[in-house]
Design a protein around this ligand. Structure first.
Ligand code: SAM
Length: 392
């Protein structure tokens, strides 16, 4: 197994689990004849039962490497993220849509803080459903809800499969970026699918030449003829189609880092966006400690919008996270804090600054809203200014 000297070493138990997962992936490669697509590798590394990064016991979410975590997300950073989302969701819930569904609920922090904020807004949903692939995270979500919002916990249920129909508000924060991607390389003007092989030294990239008919349409338009490596997102787009098929009336909000296709497949983006997170270090090596690190790619929001529109949804807005949160009222919410109480105010102000700052999450992160049969609610407050749907 590969090691990087500058990164913290995993415990012996964690290394044992990683070795077991490496064996599972190596067996899958062998069974497939010596090569698997990167999407399959990523799927096993993140979601293989009990051993994958999200299915296993890694701490994942937290403030710094000292608590054994790998990254922090907006709901973990500040309750003002959930409180601001609640300002956008409350009027929709009031339009006879008293159900919320969250995908990939992480520690359960967003669920707990959203329910508390919706209670304050006088817009408590009757039910809050969570779709979570990881049994380990489901248990953590139950614990968070019991601790932070015990009187509301009975409203929350977990779903193993999607219902045929859902009317309500859907939310997913940093879920699309956690879906497996395929990798492709254009070398000397020819496209190859970049997959994974395994030998005595561990996993390695291996490129397979592609018939031109097999090259995804989105790559055929990649400008220029210089060498590039990039990703496609069939799973996230299939997921969007499944959400659209289920959503009979309501709105779905997905918040994540990414760009429209023109920026994603831009001639200057020659190395793609694949990134790994281990103990708050971001690095590009997906073969390091399988199962102990997150693997992600940025979202191609044009692909998400096209999948949604093909399935009959309306793109009701696309904006930077900063724009969306400010439009939805994060600044007014912050005014409820007393700035003279520096001990309470400063940490919250710093966290909100991270959510909004262009140099941190404010610009790279985007919010897309997809609606069906909700024309009376448009335009949504979160996109009142700075809507960039035109760029998709
Ligand atoms: C980066 S974490 C984000 C967690 C949380 N939303 C947050 O913001 O802290 C990604 C989450 O997406 C979940 N996930 C990935 N694919 C999913 C899918 N198809 N359905 C539901 N959850 C999914 C993972 O299990 C994990 O909980």
């Amino acid at each position: 197994m590969q090691k990087v000297a500058s990164l913290p070493l995993p415990s012996a138990d964690a290394l044992g689990a990683s070795t077991a997962l490496s064996t599972v992936i190596a067996d899958a490669i062998k069974a497939a004849g010596g090569w698997i697509g990167f999407d399959r590798f990523m799927s096993l590394a993140l979601y293989a039962p009990r051993l994958g990064y999200y299915s296993g016991g890694a701490a994942k979410f937290g403030r710094d490497a000292g608590d054994g975590s790998d990254f922090i997300t907006a709901p973990e950073l500040s309750p003002f993220f959930a409180r601001t989302l609640a300002r956008q969701f409350a009027p929709l819930i009031g339009m006879n849509l008293p159900q919320v569904m969250e995908f990939g609920a992480g520690t359960g922090r967003l669920a707990a803080d959203l329910l508390l904020a919706l209670e304050t807004e006088g817009a408590l949903p009757d039910t809050y459903r969570i779709v979570e692939l990881s049994g380990e995270l489901r248990a953590r979500q139950q614990q968070t809800l019991a601790e932070r919002a015990p009187h509301l916990a009975s409203r929350v249920t977990w779903l193993d499969t999607l219902p045929d129909r859902f009317e309500g508000v859907i939310v997913g924060n940093e879920v699309l970026d956690a879906m497996p991607v395929s990798l492709f390389a254009r070398i000397g003007g020819k496209w190859y699918e970049r997959g994974v092989s395994h030998d005595g030294n561990g996993f390695a990239y291996q490129d397979r030449v592609m018939e031109s008919s097999a090259v995804p349409a989105v790559l055929k338009n990649f400008p220029g003829d210089h060498d590039v490596v990039t990703e496609t997102h069939a799973e996230a787009e299939g997921f969007t189609r499944a959400v659209a098929a289920m959503l009979s009336r309501g709105a779905a909000f997905f918040i994540d880092y990414g760009f429209p296709a023109a920026e994603y497949y831009h001639p200057q983006r020659v190395g793609g966006t694949l990134m790994c997170h281990y103990r708050h270090h971001a690095h590009p090596d997906p073969f390091l400690y399988p199962g102990l690190q997150d693997i992600t790619a940025h979202v191609n929001f044009t692909g998400i919008a096209e999948a949604a529109v093909d399935a009959g949804l309306t793109v009701a807005g696309f904006a930077s996270q900063a724009r969306f949160l400010m439009n939805a009222g994060i600044t007014e919410l912050m005014m409820s804090l007393d700035p003279s109480d520096a001990r309470a105010f400063l940490p919250q102000a710093n966290a909100v600054q991270k959510l909004l700052s262009e140099a941190e999450m404010g610009e790279l992160f985007k919010v897309i809203a997809l609606t069906r049969d909700l024309d009376d609610a448009l335009p949504l407050a979160g996109f009142a200014r700075g809507d960039r749907t035109f760029a998709l």
